[in-house]
Structure formats: structure tokens, C-alpha cells
Design a protein around this ligand. Structure first.
Ligand code: KG4
Ligand code: ZN
Length: 412
């Protein structure tokens, strides 16, 4: 079985192709991401209308490239090439993509050039995410499903960030020779799991009792952790996206910075760190950074000192975020006697965060296995959508019924 997955919920255009054999062994045939960072960098954040436009431009080239890489590209012969898409079909295609005219144009050219690839399922993110961005991916999936007559599995983006962690188990576990051997026999070894999803739009602690069985224990009441990284970076004059920029600078920070004889080292608050729930709040941290940086970043500051302060602030912002995430997550792992801790979302690409989570778990909870994705699978990609669709391959829906849900939740 081959799954073609589409991800456009924010500012990354992703297409992946995943193959599963009858025994449940998975192979990644393609995983292409067209990043829009260069475009959004200029504005210091993601502009939904602009992201939508870029998805329209990128989807067909990314699909073409992914099919080529997967060796699934089927060019039409010269004669068939000239044949137009049937009138009745092109009318419906026009309706499906009426709000994405640029994508429609590119797709028509593509369909004139290539025949249906050997694909059995189309997976697409239908929420949560930015409404205009979600619609481009969803309408693209609807168009391909209609033209090629391939069923669609809608995928929750947050579940994708969680389940991408199971990819390696299915690809590289030499002992398993069927999907069931991992997810039936070993299920009791993995669950209950606590998942921490930390991205630009979400910060959620989720109790996972099995594939598809989730309960949100807590989440951020205001800014997400990634959003906090991005906003703090902007205040400090660092580029978008802020997470990697802060992480890089934090690495170079001196361990303590003596500001002057009276003010001591940089200290920022850890909002809600001691509350007895599993919720988070990061907007206060951002405000604290704003005031602190106003205070420190004086006009006549020598450039070298400014750089050192920026690095010191970065290290402290990063540590404040890690401290809060870590404390609440360890509490959840203990409270629910979790056997696995699963990290996911763009912020889980942070090396320091991964290191401190691994250390804390191995010091306090030796029985807990920690699953973290490699950096390229922490941030948005379509492979996470493909693997999620693989687990839910029976939940297909007709293209006519597919919608987007900007605030889609993993549990009630
Ligand atoms: O999951 P993701 O790619 O997109 C959303 O679903 O939102 O997450 C993007 C977020 C951005 O806020 C970005 O600053 C953050 O992930 N991020 C990081 C790192 N890499 C990406 N945050 C901290 N450290 C990183 N290395
Ligand atoms: Zn994401």
C-alpha cells in the first residue's frame, strides 16, 4: 500500500510518499518540504494570505519531485499527452479549485503530462492550522482524489506530531515482522504514554492510551512555546523563526553575565511552573523579555556587550521555557505512571530541550522510554501525516465530505 500525504497547515508545503508492505514494514519513498521561511522572514512571522499563495505555487512542483523521487512518476505518451481532461471532469476540477486558480492552472498542466501514479491512499492535514493554508492542501487532496479516484484519510496535525515518533519503530525494529507485533504485543510496553506537543501554534500535554486514544491533560492558556520563542526572538532583534535563532545564540552565551554591580545576572520568570495543573502560560515570559530588553539594550551599549546580552537573554528564555515544560511533563509522567514520553512539534527540535528531558527522565524515571523525532521530523512535514494515515487507513472519506477544522482537537 502506498500513501501520498499532503501537509499545508502553516508555512511549510510538504508532500511525502510512504509504502507499507503486507507485513507492516514501512519504507519512506519521498519526504519533500518546501519551506517558506525566506518569505516570512522579512515580516518576522507567518502571513496566512502569503502562505496560502506560496502553497498554491509549491504544491505541484513538490508533488512532481516527490513522485520522481519515489519512482512513481508516469509521463504520458505523446498522443495521450495531447488529450485534454474530459470536459465533465474539468468542470468539477474547476469547482474544487475555484479559490486556488494558480494551483488549478499548474495541476491541469501536470495532469496533461502525467498519468495516475500507483498510490492507494491520499492523506491530508485538515486541522488544526491556519484556515486559508489548510484549505489549499485539502482542496488539492480533493482534486487528486476526484481525478485519480483514490480515497482520502483526513489527518489531525497534532496526532501527526505524535505518531511520527513510531516511524523508526516500524522501519528499523529488526524483531518485528508485522505491524501487530509492535502494536499488539508491545503495546503494553509503550502505553500509557505522555505526549508533549510543542509547536508554533500549540503546547499540549496529552495522555495517550493507544493509537487514536488521547486525552488532553493541559495546554497553554495563551501563547504556544514556539510562539514565545518567535516573539522573544523578534524583541531581541533575531530573525524568524525564533526558536532556532535563540537556540543558536544560547549555545554561545557565557554561563553568567554580570550586567553591572547592582543588577546581577539575567533572570526571567517561569510562569505557572508550580501550579497543580498541566496548563502553561508563556505570554508573561514574552512581556518580561520585552521590559528586560528595553532596560538592557541602551543606545550607547558597545556592540560586543549587546551581543553578549542578547546571547544571555536567549539562554535564559530557552531555559525558562524548558524548565516549565519539563516540570509539568515530569509531573504528568509520574501522575499517570507513563511508560513512554513522546515529544513532538517544532520546539522538540531544540537540542538543549531534548538533552534536559533525557537527563531528567533517566535520573528520576529509569523505566520510561523517551521518543523524540529527528529535527527534520520535529518541524512540519508530510511524512508525519502519512504515518498517521497509515494507522487510520480505514477512516477514509469521500472527497466531497472533506472539510477543514482550524481548531481541530485531538480529544474532546
Ligand atoms: O511544528 P512546527 O514546525 O509548526 C507548527 O505546527 O507550528 O513548529 C514551528 C515552531 C516555531 O515556533 C519555531 O520557532 C519552533 O517551532 N522551533 C524551535 C526550534 N526549531 C523550530 N524552537 C526551539 N528550538 C528549535 N531548535
Ligand atoms: Zn506543526
Amino acid at each position: 500500500m502506498k500513501i501520498l500525504a499532503i501537509e499545508t497547515s502553516c508555512d511549510d508545503t510538504g508532500i511525502a510518499i510512504l509504502e507499507a508492505d503486507k507485513a507492516g514494514n514501512l519504507s519512506v519513498l519521498a519526504n519533500i518540504v518546501a519551506s517558506q521561511i525566506k518569505i516570512h522572514k522579512k515580516y518576522g512571522g507567518v502571513f496566512p494570505a502569503m502562505a496560502k499563495r506560496e502553497h498554491q505555487r509549491n504544491l505541484v512542483p513538490v508533488l512532481t519531485y516527490a513522485l520522481k523521487q519515489a519512482k512513481l512518476q508516469n509521463p504520458k505518451s505523446e498522443i495521450r499527452n495531447k488529450k485534454q481532461i474530459q470536459n465533465s471532469k474539468s468542470e468539477i476540477l474547476n469547482t474544487i479549485l475555484e479559490r486556488e486558480p494558480e494551483l488549478l492552472k499548474k495541476l491541469i498542466l501536470f495532469l496533461k503530462k502525467y498519468t495516475k501514479p500507483d498510490v492507494d491512499l491520499i492523506a491530508v492535514t485538515n486541522g488544526p492550522g491556519l484556515e486559508p493554508c489548510l484549505w489549499v492542501g485539502v482542496n488539492f487532496a480533493r482534486a487528486l482524489s476526484y481525478i485519480w479516484n483514490i480515497p482520502i484519510v483526513p489527518v489531525n496535525h497534532i496526532e501527526g506530531h505524535v505518531l511520527v515518533n513510531f516511524l523508526n519503530k516500524l522501519i528499523s525494529n529488526p524483531r518485528h515482522n508485522s505491524r501487530d507485533s509492535v502494536f499488539s504485543d508491545n503495546t503494553k510496553n509503550l502505553f500509557p504514554a505522555i505526549c508533549l506537543v510543542v509547536s508554533g501554534g500549540h503546547t499540549q500535554l496529552i495522555l495517550m492510551k493507544g493509537i487514536g486514544k488521547y486525552k488532553i491533560l493541559g495546554e497553554t492558556r495563551d501563547d504556544a512555546a514556539g510562539e514565545c520563542f518567535d516573539k522573544c526572538a523578534k524583541i531581541l532583534g533575531l530573525p524568524y523563526p525564533g526558536g532556532p535563532a535563540i537556540a543558536k545564540l544560547a549555545d554561545s552565551a557565557p554561563s553568567t553575565i554580570q550586567l553591572d554591580s547592582t543588577r546581577g545576572t539575567i533572570q526571567l520568570p517561569r510562569p505557572m511552573i508550580n501550579t497543580p495543573d498541566y496548563d502553561f502560560s508563556f505570554s508573561g515570559l514574552k512581556t518580561a523579555v520585552l521590559y528586560k530588553w528595553r532596560d538592557l539594550n541602551k543606545k550607547d551599549l558597545p556592540a560586543l556587550l549587546r551581543k553578549a546580552l542578547q546571547a544571555g537573554m536567549s539562554a535564559e528564555v530557552q531555559q525558562a521555557i524548558i524548565d516549565v515544560l519539563l516540570k509539568k511533563t515530569i509531573k504528568a509522567v509520574k501522575d499517570y505512571k507513563a511508560k513512554t514520553l513522546i515529544l513532538g512539534g517544532g520546539v522538540s527540535a531544540n537540542q538543549e530541550l531534548k538533552k534536559q528531558f533525557q537527563q531528567a527522565i533517566s535520573q528520576h524515571l529509569t523505566v520510561v522510554e523517551v521518543l523524540t523525532p529527528p529535527a527534520n521530523l520535529s518541524t512540519d512535514n508530510a511524512l508525519m501525516i502519512a504515518i498517521t494515515a497509515y494507522f487510520h487507513k480505514n477512516k477514509t472519506i469521500a472527497w466531497q465530505k472533506l472539510k477543514t477544522y482550524t481548531n481541530l482537537r485531538i480529544s474532546k
